[in-house]
Design a binder for this molecule. Sequence first.
Ligand code: BEZ
Ligand code: FE
Length: 289
Amino acid sequence: MSTRDFNEHSITDAVVERFADTPDPRLRQIMQALVRHAHQFVREVELTQDEWLVAIEYLTRVGQICSDKRQEFILLSDTLGISMLVDAINHRMPAGATETTVLGPFYVQNPPIKPSDADISGGESGTPLYVTATVNGPDGTPLPGAVVDVWQSDDDGYYDVQKPGEDPNLRARFIADENGKVSFWTIVPKYYPIPADGPVGDMLAATRRHPYRPAHIHFMIGHEGYEKLVTHLFIEGDPYLDSDAVFGVKQSLIVTLVEGQGTPPAASGKPQAGQWMRLDHAFGLKPAA
Ligand code: BEZ
Ligand code: FE
């Protein structure tokens, strides 16, 4: 192959060929496919030099806003649907296993361990919600000892980690009992915007996209011998279920809250009067390969 005088077509094969000696076959496959697709993209839109400079400045800004508290590249991947595409390819679930969705930026390692029926709302205002969840294998066998991490935003749409000086709030770890069950009090979650004050927000605004995610509660569930499940439960009736900014909604993850009847199950500090809701859900874990 000629090594000079490339034109707008022949340059692609030349660059692909330059990666031919990559020892790791997977890295070789990825680099060569990346070059082919990126070149084809440039040809398809006939990118101008000014536009390429705008793109480079944009990605520079995405990098510059990243910190130990903010990962704008993941947010960009989320809003371009790439996170959910990678998730879909890597989580082809068998019957009986709960579908997965994005992790999001607000998970905190090792959340406070709470006992059954604990109230995780930390006094936040909102409609009380009593959640019971069972963790099973795909055939419905309960998985005692499963580790269930939950986290959600408050009634104003903020996670504790977005509020300076806040103690861990609306997040906890529960250990499933002998029936594979955990239970806790929280508040009904509400829709909220993803962080939109940076380059990702600029992209959404320029393309007339809104930044909202429909109301949800995050779950991360682990048990030896099973794949870790990262998912949410979305609340039926939310106005953003069909336009989630990060494409994370799956029909099987939408749940209907029912109005609680009678005396609410006990929990220290929970008001024992007034309206409350309940959510009962069974999760299925996929056996590890
Ligand atoms: C979240 O649900 O916490 C989230 C997910 C993706 C991007 C931003 C937020
Ligand atoms: Fe969230």
